[in-house]
Write a protein that binds this ligand. Structure first.
Ligand code: NAP
Length: 277
């Protein structure tokens, strides 16, 4: 009880007013895909892009989650559709792209947000299978989805297309128990840089967001005991965890023309967790 009260208090104390209505319309007429967008950071990104005028294709592995997320966002008057997509499955990714083109007519913004972390404890206690799973979903699927989206992104003549990858502040530091996951997130920094250099020629910008500890189901184990809470909090200068809306606002900026001269960069949204490699 004490711990939860203290988490909520620390979030409330300094957090941005995430309930205030979004006033920008920077993404009017754009079409976006956000993977893993039925919960957490992905859901908030999808919502924010749609609030700024984009048509957004929602996706994740479970049909019921897709249905619920689409219903919730449509009930707020947002233009969204949904499809099941496990990013590790080639057929699902193909379907995601085809459905986006069929329903919305193209693609301007790709947010590759899905990731997993089945690892347990210290890095050297984990198996090859765990390593492969993490790299398959977190890194390889991001590369493949970007590659498979290129025909639609290159076809785009109206807007400067934007790809956004989601890394993590643990890409930059050692956080015990997140070893292999951290390495996969560091790889995403480089994937972003290399992609940005190769795609600049086509006017496609590629940037990355490295969130700190953001309150979602995924991060729960990073603060669900007093020991975990204290360890996590010791990294954070602002002494509070982040909200998924505070990552979504960065994604909306990067997707918009406000970021028209930015490519190959990573924006860290972490409340001051150290971010130098
Ligand atoms: P989350 O709240 O647990 O949300 C997970 C979402 O991903 C759900 O919509 C889930 O829906 C979907 N999903 C899970 N596996 C998937 C897969 N293989 N293919 C497609 N969808 C999948 O997670 P989150 O905290 O928002 O994390 C989102 C991203 O932010 C991840 O890349 C994570 O590494 C990164 N990140 C998070 C934090 C943090 O503190 N939360 C910090 C840094 C970086 P289904 O179950 O229906 O698939």
């Amino acid at each position: 009880m004490m711990l939860r009260a203290s988490i909520n208090q620390s979030v409330r104390r300094f957090s941005a007013n995430t309930t205030s209505p979004v006033k920008c319309n920077r993404l009017e007429g754009r079409i976006a895909i956000v993977t893993a967008s039925t919960d957490g950071i992905g859901f908030s990104i999808a919502k924010r892009l749609a609030q700024e005028g984009a048509k957004v294709m929602i996706s994740s592995r479970k049909e019921s989650n897709v249905k619920n997320a689409v219903e919730e966002l449509r009930s707020e008057g947002l233009q969204v559709s949904g499809v099941v997509c496990h990013v590790g499955k080639a057929e699902d990714r193909k379907n995601l792209i085809e459905k986006t083109e069929a329903e919305f007519g193209g693609l301007d913004i790709l947010v590759s947000n899905a990731a997993l972390n089945p690892a347990d404890g210290q890095m050297f206690n984990n198996t090859e299978e765990v390593w492969d799973k993490i790299f398959d979903v977190n890194v390889k699927s991001t590369f493949l989805l970007m590659k498979e989206s290129l025909p639609l992104l290159k076809r785009n003549k109206s807007f400067s297309p934007s790809i956004i990858t989601i890394s993590s502040s643990v890409a930059y530091l050692y956080y015990k128990s997140l070893g292999i996951y951290s390495i996969s997130k560091t790889a995403l920094l480089s994937l972003t840089k290399v992609s940005a250099m190769e795609l600049a020629l086509y006017g496609i910008r590629v940037n990355c967001i490295a969130p700190g500890i953001i309150k979602t189901k995924f991060s729960n184990k990073l603060y669900d005991t007093q020991e975990a809470y204290d360890y996590s909090m010791s990294f954070i200068s602002m002494k509070r965890f982040g909200m998924s809306e505070e990552v979504a606002s960065v994604a909306a900026f990067l997707a918009s023309d406000d970021a028209s001269y930015i490519t190959g960069e990573t924006i860290v949204a972490s409340g001051g967790i150290s971010s130098r490699l």
